[in-house]
Ligand binder design. Structure first.
Ligand code: IMP
Length: 506
C-alpha cells in the first residue's frame, strides 16, 4: 500500500532561529567556519576540510576555472562540471591546480590596431579595466603595451582611433620577469605605484598578470583552500556512465574531491561506481554521493557505497522543474532534516560521522544560515555563484540592468543526460528537467561572499556558537506562520527606495 508521510514537504523559508545565550567576548570574527567533506571516524581527526561551508554546483553556467579559483581563494570549493568531454574537464581542473596565487592569465587582450570602441566593449564584457596589448591579441603573445580605462575618455576621445595611439608602450611598462615570486612582484607594484604588473618570459611574451587588488584581497581573505603542495583545491563532478575513464583523468589533473552528479543518487549504478572507485584508487580519495532526500537513501549510499559525504536535494533548485515534470522530490528542509537525524543516529551507532551537503534551493543568505543550523555541514549552490562576475557565461544588459545567463543541467542546452538517468548508453533527452534563465549580476565573488559570511558569523554569535558543529547543536528552530513572515518585513512603514539585498532580486 502507498505510504503517506505524516509531515508535509517543508522549505527553509518556513523556519526561524531562536536566539540562545551569547557569551561575553563572542565575536563574529572569532567564529570558525571550517567544515569536513570527508567521513570522520570517531577517534581520528577530519580528513579533507574546507574553510567556509559553501561549494559551487557541478553546472556549466557555474563552475568553470575562473569561479573555481575565486572560490578556493575564499576558502570554499567548486565542482567542475562533468557535462563536457573528459579532456576539457581535466583541462579546467589543471587550470585551477596550476594557478599560481596572485599570477593570473589575462582573459581580456587586444591587438594594437583594435579601435578604442572595441576595447571599451571588451572591458564592459569582461569587467576588466586593464587590457594587455599583444602582437596576436592573445594572453601569450608578445607584449607591446598596456591599455587601461585611464588612458582615454570615452565621451571625449575619437573611439575609432587604434589602441596604439592610447596605450602605454612596452618601453614605458613596468613588468616582471618569469620566475619572479609573488612577494617580489608585489614589491614592484608598490614601489612603482602600479595597479597591474605583467610578467614576461625571456622572449617578451606575456605569461601572467599580477594585480594590486589581488594582493589586497589576499590580505583581507587569508582562508585560501590549499592542498599539501600549496595549490588551490578543486572538486570534479563525475557520473555513473563514464567514471572508469573520467576519474583517472580528473585525478591525474589534480582533482581533490569527486562527487557523483546525479539528480537521484538512490540507485544501484551509483553504489556500483563508488565500490569500483574504492577498489581502484587510494582509499584516501574523497567521494561524495547523492542526491538523496530521505534517511533511506542516506543509509543505502553510506552502507553500500561507503561515501565520504552525502548530497541532499531533489527538485528545489532555482532552475529546476523536476517536481513539476515528474512529481518526484521533496521540500529541501524536510529532506535535510530527515537525513540529518539519520546521520546523527548512524554516528551514535557506528562512530562514523558522514558530512551532509544541502544542495539547491537556497534563495538568500538567511536560507544558507538555516540549512547550516538544521545540520548541513556545507551547502552547494548554483544561482548564488551564477550571479557573480566569475561565473562562466558572458554578462549581458537587459533594459539597462546587467544579467548573467544561468541554465540548468537538465536543459537541452546543457545536454547532461547522464545526470537524469543511469542508463549505460547515451540517450536522447525526451523532456527537460530545468530551465534556461537569467540572473542579475551582483558583483565579484569576494564581495558577495564577504556579506554572506559576515551574516552567518553574526547569527552564530546570536546562537552562542563558535563553530559550525556548535551551531548545529545549539540551534533551536521554530516554524513560522504566514503572519509572522509578514511581521519579519517592514509592512507598516513607507520606504523611499525599494532597495533590498541583492538576493531578493533573483
Ligand atoms: P540553486 O542553487 O537553487 O540554483 O540550485 C543548484 C542545484 O540545482 C544544483 O546543484 C543541482 O543539484 C540542481 N540542478 C541543476 N540543474 C538542474 C536541473 O536541470 N533540474 C533539477 N535540478 C538541477
Amino acid at each position: 500500500m502507498t505510504t503517506i508521510l505524516d509531515d508535509i514537504s517543508r522549505t527553509f523559508g518556513e523556519y526561524l532561529l531562536i536566539p540562545r545565550l551569547t557569551r561575553k567576548g563572542q565575536h563574529p570574527d572569532q567564529v570558525c567556519l571550517r567544515t569536513p567533506l570527508s567521513v570522520i571516524e570517531s577517534d581520528k581527526s577530519p580528513g579533507f576540510q574546507i574553510n567556509i561551508p559553501l561549494v559551487s554546483a557541478c553546472m556549466q553556467s557555474v563552475s568553470g576555472p575562473r569561479l573555481s579559483i575565486a572560490l578556493a581563494r575564499q576558502g570554499g570549493l567548486s565542482f567542475i562540471y562533468c557535462s563536457q568531454d573528459i579532456d576539457s574537464q581535466a583541462e579546467m581542473i589543471r587550470q585551477v591546480k596550476t594557478h599560481k596565487a596572485g599570477f593570473v592569465q589575462s582573459d581580456s587582450n587586444a591587438t594594437q590596431d583594435m579601435t578604442l570602441r572595441e576595447v571599451i566593449n571588451l572591458m564592459k564584457n569582461t569587467g576588466h579595466s586593464t587590457v594587455p596589448v599583444t602582437d596576436d591579441g592573445t594572453a601569450s603573445g608578445e607584449l607591446l603595451g598596456l591599455i587601461t580605462d585611464q588612458d582615454f575618455w570615452e565621451f571625449e576621445d575619437d573611439l575609432g582611433k587604434p589602441v596604439v595611439q592610447h596605450m602605454t608602450p612596452i618601453d614605458k611598462v613596468i613588468y616582471g620577469n618569469e620566475g619572479i615570486n609573488l612577494r617580489e612582484a608585489n614589491r614592484l607594484l608598490h614601489q612603482h605605484k602600479k595597479n597591474c604588473l605583467p610578467i614576461l618570459d625571456e622572449d617578451g611574451k606575456l605569461t601572467s598578470l599580477v594585480f594590486k587588488k589581488d594582493y589586497e584581497d589576499h590580505q583581507r581573505h587569508p582562508f585560501e583552500l590549499l592542498d599539501e603542495s600549496k595549490r588551490l583545491c578543486v572538486g570534479a563532478g563525475i557520473n555513473t556512465y563514464d567514471y572508469r575513464e573520467r576519474v583517472p583523468a580528473v585525478i591525474q589533473a589534480g582533482a581533490d574531491v569527486l562527487c557523483f552528479d546525479s539528480s537521484d543518487g538512490f540507485n544501484e549504478y551509483q553504489v556500483e561506481g563508488i565500490q569500483w572507485l574504492r577498489k581502484t584508487f587510494d582509499s584516501k580519495i574523497v567521494i561524495g554521493g547523492g542526491n538523496v532526500v530521505s534517511a533511506e537513501g542516506f543509509d543505502y549510499l553510506v552502507q553500500q557505497g561507503e561515501v565520504d559525504f552525502v548530497k541532499v536535494g531533489m527538485g528545489g533548485g532555482s532552475i529546476c522543474i523536476t517536481r513539476e515534470q515528474k512529481g518526484v522530490g521533496r521540500g529541501q528542509a524536510s529532506a535535510l532534516l530527515d537525513v540529518v537525524v539519520r546521520r546523527d543516529e548512524y554516528f551514535q551507532q557506528t562512530g562514523r560521522y558522514i558530512p551532509i551537503c544541502s544542495d539547491g534551493g537556497l534563495a538568500n543568505d538567511t536560507q544558507i544560515i538555516i540549512a547550516l543550523a538544521m545540520g548541513a555541514d556545507f551547502v552547494m549552490m548554483g544561482r548564488y555563484f551564477a550571479m557573480t562576475e566569475e561565473s562562466p557565461p558572458q554578462k549581458t544588459s537587459i533594459n539597462g540592468q546587467m544579467y548573467k545567463p544561468y541554465w540548468a543541467e537538465g536543459t537541452r542546452r546543457a545536454q547532461n543526460w547522464q545526470r537524469y538517468g543511469d542508463d549505460t548508453q547515451p540517450r536522447e533527452m525526451l523532456f527537460e528537467e530545468g530551465v534556461d534563465a537569467y540572473v542579475p549580476l551582483v558583483g565579484n565573488l569576494a564581495e558577495v561572499l564577504e556579506m554572506t559570511i559576515y551574516k552567518l558569523r553574526s547569527t552564530m554569535v546570536n546562537v552562542g556558537a563558535d563553530s559550525l558543529a556548535e551551531f548545529r547543536k545549539q540551534a533551536m528552530l521554530t516554524l513560522v506562520s504566514e503572519q509572522s513572515v509578514i511581521e519579519a518585513g517592514t509592512p507598516n512603514v513607507f520606504q523611499f527606495t525599494a532597495s533590498r539585498d541583492f538576493e531578493d532580486l533573483g
